[in-house]
Design a protein. Structure first.
Lengths: 378, 378
């Protein structure tokens, strides 16, 4: 063993050399799941076997969350948002107004855990309670930083409507609630992404569901995972109107610029989440301007891309529709990642339940590539 | 693909069958490190090549933390505890008095992140600031739940002394501070345990150092990782005095009871961390009763174990000395896991720096073993 500089091959001990080494764990299968299944080649995403498009067409976020937790499909399952415990509200009031929404959500979830006893193993009731708490917390934070008072949950509203109500103070129209509910469904679960994996590693030590989801939120905060959905909004702003779309796209491609919202690491075919969101958008009686613009721009982009690259047509990804849906329902762009986290609560908590049900500590090994054993300098 | 019951072998897709499958990632090497090196066979632990016993004998926790962050050995490096930002103090005041200390520390660290801009990549300054904040936060929580006011840091005291001062309101004697400092040094780093791995997964998404350490604290909360150090205290309480040690040990072994603080998953030889703590304990002018008892009980246990199992002598592990050191300096047993977390801050943050310096998203794959694609029930 010797000191190694970054470019060197690591010095590997004899007992390490024979073991599989996979930086980033790419291609290593770290566990099993019965929840989400992503087929990138065919452009398919299923939750417990049900196609994402069918779930959006016939379900709601509470029904989908319940499906992920229990395996049962109850299309009329309800889940109103939950009240914020007084201690957590005091925590939210204490946060600086400049707090980033992801940091506020991470802190609110962690603080929520201090108000409860959450025995091992995690339960469906714990998952339900946490998933229904977080929208209230994010809405309260958004109001407090704007100098407004938080709004109590309305138990007659289901989770996504309730979130919008607590955010804005008025009940959303059905089309708006439906569009955001569709966004929550397509964001609910997506296999072993980095945040879900974090939730499972934390759960694997027999830690509690709040610790798992606090860690997952912190993981999703990273731009390599949570992405930058507001970039699609910036792009749509630049396009301005559908009339200008074709000229804008041709100029952007000529300049070698990257088109936001097209292409995906996993999906080679059309992203089924984008397809589901577009279907909902097209069915809306009164489309928000952002959604209408996105639909028209997508048509132009796909036509131009197919003309330029008939051999490898880039396909629309979920972010292309996620951003205009979130803008369309009136969310500030800096709330997008935290809203994505609210949607992913169903999947994260379902993975915590699944990990706990058949638990094994997740603990990989590491190659030591540092200095050999030596004396302290005298 | 079919539905699988828990006992079935999972249905594996063709493209998954050829890839390495390692539930728990046991034996899979997930990355490289130049920080800690654990040689369980020989009973060795080094930080950047320096033996743990030498670091305890010649250094202090601030010097060791600085070594882990920078690679430089500066034995006189200082790191006083840091003041608590007013917003975080308000958060701590809002937490219920029944809050578990690990939940309080997780929430305090998360809240600390809301008061700062922590740009990527993480820096040594960020690591230093967080590591010097957390002892103040845990001490403030412990006082607040007891109805006492928090105490401001004394910048003339180094980190471990400062923590004890802020906890108790009086400056610890040199021997007490030295014993706890030794505990902090041996707890600072230990390779890719589950909490350190969590910190690296979170960092790998380009998330911030606060998100990484918040996740790590939540991971260490799990008893499969953080352990149950108070069990050693319970055992020493049962023994009561050194005179009764031999009779107690023989009776416990005859009844097939497990001796807490002996044996380790990795170390086959004497745990070098236990050895370092015992050396410090033996050198103290005035040993706390708990430490004196531990030393005497260990001698008896090792003698009896060697007599009963000459072929596979169980060796003392770090928890056997960690618990009496923590009791000896006056910590309540329910603060042990959070104090362990304070010590591990140096390693966690050093791993965040190391991950960021040569980053690659950590994202394993998963075997889907759930239902095949199907229609929703009508």
């Amino acid at each position: 063993m010797t000191d190694s500089s970054p470019g060197d091959k690591p010095a590997v001990k004899a007992d390490q050399a024979s073991r599989p080494y996979s930086p980033g764990l790419e291609g290593v299968i770290a566990g099993e799941t019965s929840l989400g299944y992503v087929d990138g080649e065919r452009g398919r995403l299923t939750y417990r076997g049900y196609r994402i498009g069918d779930l959006v067409a016939h379900g709601s976020y509470p029904a989908v969350a319940n499906l992920l937790w229990t395996g049962d499909w109850e299309p009329n399952h309800r889940l109103p948002t939950a009240p914020i415990p007084p201690a957590v509200l005091a925590v939210l009031r204490a946060l600086p107004a400049t707090t980033k929404p992801m940091d506020a959500l991470r802190t609110a979830v962690s603080a929520w855990g201090t108000t409860l006893d959450l025995p091992w193993p995690p339960t469906v009731d714990q998952a339900r309670a946490l998933t229904s708490f977080s929208p209230s917390a994010l809405a309260a934070f958004a109001r407090l930083r704007a100098g407004q008072e938080p709004i109590e949950p309305d138990p007659s509203l289901d989770l996504v409507e309730g979130f919008l109500y607590q955010l804005t103070g008025s009940r959303p129209d059905a089309g708006t609630a439906r569009a955001l509910d569709a966004y929550f469904i397509v964001g609910a679960e997506h296999g072993f992404n980095a945040s879900t994996f974090t939730a499972r590693v934390i759960t694997s030590t027999r830690s509690d569901i709040v610790s798992a989801i606090t860690g997952a939120i912190g993981t999703m905060k990273g731009p390599l995972h949570g992405g930058a959905p507001s970039e699609v909004v910036d792009q749509l702003s630049q396009v301005g109107s559908a009339d200008h779309a074709e000229a804008w796209v041709r100029e952007a491609l000529a300049k070698g610029e990257r088109l936001m919202g097209f292409g995906h690491r996993v999906y080679r075919a059309y992203d089924p989440r984008a397809a589901a969101l577009r279907t909902v958008a097209e069915g809306m009686a009164h489309k928000p301007d952002w959604l209408q613009l996105a639909i028209e721009v997508e048509d132009v982009v796909l036509r131009v891309l197919a003309e330029k690259h008939p051999d490898r047509p880039l396909k629309t990804n979920v972010e292309f529709y996620a951003a205009p849906v979130l803008m369309g329902v009136g969310l500030a762009p800096d709330l997008f990642p935290a809203t994505f986290s609210l949607a992913r609560h169903a999947g994260w908590t379902a993975h915590a339940l699944e990990q706990a049900a058949n638990n094994r500590l997740i603990r990989p090994d590491v190659n030591y590539v540092g200095p050999p054993e030596r004396d302290l300098p005298s």
